[in-house]
Design a protein around this ligand. Structure first.
Ligand SMILES: Cc1cc2nc3c(=O)[nH]c(=O)nc-3n(C[C@H](O)[C@H](O)[C@H](O)COP(=O)(O)OP(=O)(O)OC[C@H]3O[C@@H](n4cnc5c(N)ncnc54)[C@H](O)[C@@H]3O)c2cc1C
Length: 384
């Protein structure tokens, strides 16, 4: 049976769920297809927490985050549900990185503060940094309640009349002579005007011939307890900021959040991982280095936490483009009807509402609210 939709969004992670919601909101009849059950943990969007922050090394991200903050405020009011917690972000880095981020934030009039490394403990007694480090405090930083964002966008999409079909993997897509496009799944064939692929690490399956190499990896997501029970309260949302720490000499990058996922245990993760298998599976066990390095970082810089052994290790998939920036827009300039939203790497959850809105606006033939041309996949076509 052939069914007609204006847009089909493939993949119901946070990118696809936000995109489908915005398409439907713009009046496009939208179908969202997901290969697994909704809320599964095989991709990148599962779990309870993610970081939101204005601070970024590249200024192009700042307006996208701004758009996400506005959307979340609207959604919180509409649903009467708390979707994030403003805790403040501490960005600690060696070298001059903090000064450069501070420059971008100042250009966008975003409030922030720069503090010498050896003064960070005056603000946050959990941490120990010396004068090789500089801190930037972004007061709008905080923790996203990730599973709640995901369900909120899916619920609101359905409330607007959108259709979600889970456990329905897309197998292939076709470009038809009359300008439409089609999607073939295990159980159906759908014709539509636009397809938007938001398939996370599975993007490599759909576009093997496009001129960009994508390398999905598996991260060891480590959780760590306080050394002493009486210090556990220092790890709660009340006391622990969200943290980005970049040791640029050692080329080691970490991020950390309070004990939102598991009470009494912070999440602190090295921003690196193992290659995924050919069928996009995690390794049975991540390389021990991805557990030892965060442990050593903790021992050196967060002395109230026990870095000798994680309390728990989960896994999550990261998808990076060659330049580590997102892909937002038509996958090839030759066909504007096949779009992609992907390569969210370690920062895409917070920007997904803004990205979803931009993709929906493109699908509707409108100008995007936020200029996302920096993230256009066409940047990789130039080198063909
Ligand atoms: C450990 C970790 C920490 C992170 N921390 C942060 C953070 O602090 N802040 C932040 O903003 N971001 C963070 N991120 C990044 C963020 O989580 C990701 O960028 C984001 O979740 C990517 O979402 P996605 O929808 O692109 O991919 P996914 O969540 O993987 O969604 C893709 C979906 O497509 C479906 N799919 C694939 N193929 C098909 C098919 N053929 N048919 C139908 N469906 C299909 C998949 O099943 C999946 O559900 C982190 C990521 C990780 C792994």
């Amino acid at each position: 049976m052939t069914k007609q939709y204006d847009v089909i969004v493939v993949g119901a992670g946070i990118f696809g769920s936000c995109t489908a919601y915005h398409c439907q909101r713009l009046g496009l009849r939208t179908l969202l297809l997901e290969q697994f059950n909704l809320g599964h943990s095989n991709g990148s969007s599962h779990g309870k927490s993610r970081i939101i922050r204005y601070a970024h090394t590249d200024p192009e991200y700042v307006p996208l985050v701004g758009d996400s903050y506005s959307q979340i405020e609207e959604l919180e009011q509409k649903r009467g549900e708390k979707l994030w917690n403003k805790l403040g972000l501490l960005w600690a880095a060696t070298g001059n990185q903090v000064q450069s981020i501070s420059g971008h934030l100042s250009k966008h009039n975003i409030e922030h503060e720069v503090v010498p490394g050896n003064k960070i403990a005056d603000r946050y007694p959990q941490f120990k940094f010396d004068d090789k480090w500089t801190g930037l405090i972004d007061p709008m930083g905080g923790v996203i309640y990730a599973n709640k964002w995901l369900s909120a966008y899916q619920d609101e999409f359905r409330n607007l009349g959108g259709t979600i079909q889970e456990n329905e993997p897309v197998i292939s897509h076709d470009e038809n002579d009359n300008g439409t496009v089609s999607v073939n799944t295990k159980s159906g064939h759908y014709t539509t005007n636009k397809i938007i692929f938001t398939v996370g690490c599975w993007i490599t399956k759909f576009f093997p011939n496009v001129n960009f190499e994508i390398k999905p990896i598996s991260l060891a997501v480590c959780y760590w307890n306080a050394k002493k029970e009486e210090n556990s309260q220092l790890l709660s949302e009340k006391n622990f900021p969200v943290l980005i720490a970049k040791d640029l000499e050692k080329k080691e990058y970490y991020f950390a959040l309070p004990d939102t996922d598991y009470p009494g245990a912070i999440k602190l993760v090295l921003d690196d991982g193992d290659a995924l298998s050919g069928d996009m599976g995690h390794p049975e066990k991540n390389n021990q280095d991805f557990i030892d390095k965060p442990g050593n970082f903790i021992t050196e810089h967060i002395p109230v936490v026990d870095g000798s052994k994680p309390y728990k290790v989960d896994q999550c998939k990261y998808t990076n483009s060659p330049d580590h920036h997102y892909l937002i827009g038509p996958v090839s300039s030759k066909n504007p009807n096949i779009l992609v939203g992907g390569c969210g790497s370690g920062s895409g959850f917070k920007t997904a509402p803004g990205i979803g809105k931009a993709l929906a606006e493109m699908a509707a033939g409108k100008q995007t609210t936020v200029d996302v041309s920096f993230f256009s996949p066409s940047r990789f076509e130039k080198s063909v």
